[in-house]
Design a binder for this molecule. Structure first.
Ligand SMILES: [Zn+2]
Length: 413
């Protein structure tokens, strides 16, 4: 234990306390508004749907509290509980090269972390989601998904970790600059390849080819000049009753994906409005901006690690007696989310701003009223709360809360 240990434990305690305080605020707010549908939605959402959304939100809050405490305990186990130290000692006994030992330790940490998280993930899917009728996943699909994810993590993780550790060892003091280049190249490659290569391993994607819709959509695409690999419907209902639409990919692989649950419940006019919103993300260059901020943050992070890696207090303060490139990397990955908690509201503020921009675009290219109707259906079917706590929302929501978003679109009518 040193000064850094005390600092880290203090910040971890502060972050965990803040997270729990936020869940209390959200819990109170949702409870207080459970008995009445907010006036802006009173003609659109019946009381029983509003109460189901409140109960679902409260159940998720209780789960989140467990998750917050669990995550803090896990970080403490890896560091002060000697988890990482023990694992490192076991792998070093094999007397492999530093890079090979590093790959072994890093992949072990990844798989152990996932295994430890498994009970929570099972509870979320088969108890929480099940209770509110959202779970469509069978245990067989759940296990199959886990096996495929583990295999992909190995196929991608092994060469990536090898390259990163090799660069750290071979490229001198400026290693973090080279690792940053590799990381950015890898991230951009994944963004490009993910929708075409990895997503189809989990879901089926069919072109959206409803004839009643087709002319509306082709019209919209023609007037917005959008060129893509297409608009797809994904069989999301195989795993969950939640519906959504999202944009993904880069360059020629960019596409817009609708969950089948969403397509089935929206009218053609509403689908057109949702599509216009997703096109808005492309037109306002949100993907490029996202890559830009990711590049900046990862460069700052790696530069910081470039300095930390030479500080003995960094290892000693977090329970590591034998400093190495891979333990520095692992300690950094374990502790950064704790420090990063305080920048998350700023990042989420930007993503919420992007949602408003995409909504503005949709209001121009399609009908804002149709988008409001589509969103209300989405809130209702996903049992999303209409009465979130503003501060909780600032720390959690990538999308503007329901009342604010609908009011914003209403001002465009
Ligand atoms: Zn959006």
């Amino acid at each position: 234990m040193n000064t850094f240990s005390v600092l880290f434990i203090t910040i971890l305690g502060l972050v965990t306390g803040t997270q729990l305080w936020l869940t209390n605020r959200q819990h109170k707010r949702v409870c207080d508004h459970r008995d009445e549908v907010p006036s802006a939605f009173s003609d659109k959402i019946p009381l029983d749907a509003h109460q189901k959304a409140a109960d679902y939100t409260l159940a998720k809050i209780r789960f989140e509290r467990t998750d917050i405490i669990f995550s803090a305990v896990i970080v403490l186990c890896w560091t002060f509980g000697s988890g990482l130290e023990v694992l490192d000692t076991v792998w070093r006994k094999l007397e492999w090269s530093p890079v090979a030992t590093g790959i072994g330790v890093m992949l072990s940490v990844f798989y152990i972390s996932n295994l430890v998280d498994l009970p929570l993930s099972i509870y979320r899917t088969f108890v929480l989601e099940q209770r509110f009728g959202f779970n469509h996943t069978t245990p067989v699909t759940f296990i199959k998904d886990l096996l495929i994810q583990s295999l992909i993590a190995f196929i991608i993780g092994f060469p990536l970790v090898w390259l990163v550790l090799w660069l750290m060892q071979q490229s001198g003091q400026m290693w973090w600059m080279y690792v940053w280049m590799v990381w950015m190249g890898f991230s951009i490659l994944m963004m490009w390849a993910y929708p075409a290569v990895i997503s189809p391993l989990f879901n089926k994607f069919a072109p959206l080819d409803d004839s009643a819709l087709r002319s509306r959509i082709e019209n919209l695409l023609a007037r917005t000049g959008f060129k893509s690999n297409g608009i797809f419907v994904m069989d999301g209902s195989r795993r969950s009753g939640h519906g959504n639409a999202y944009f993904t990919g880069l360059g020629t692989n960019k596409r817009i994906v609708f969950f089948d649950t969403l397509v089935n419940s929206l009218t053609p006019g509403e689908i057109e409005a949702v599509l216009a919103h997703e096109l808005g993300h492309f037109k306002c260059h949100h993907i490029h901006k996202r890559i830009g901020s990711m590049a900046t943050l990862s460069l700052i992070g790696l530069a910081l690690l470039g300095w930390l890696i030479n500080q003995s207090w960094f290892y000693a303060g977090l329970g590591i007696s034998h400093p190495s490139d891979y333990t520095a990397l692992l300690l950094f990955m374990l502790t950064m989310p704790v420090f990063g908690f305080f920048i998350s509201p700023f990042m989420l503020y930007v993503t919420r701003k992007h949602e408003f921009e995409a909504d503005n675009y949709a209001a121009k290219q399609a009908d804002a009223k149709e988008l409001i109707q589509a969103l209300v259906k989405l809130y209702k079917e996903n049992a999303a709360t209409l009465t979130p706590d503003p501060i909780y929302s600032a720390f959690h929501d990538s999308h503007p809360p329901a009342p604010i978003r609908v009011a914003h679109l209403g001002s465009k009518l």
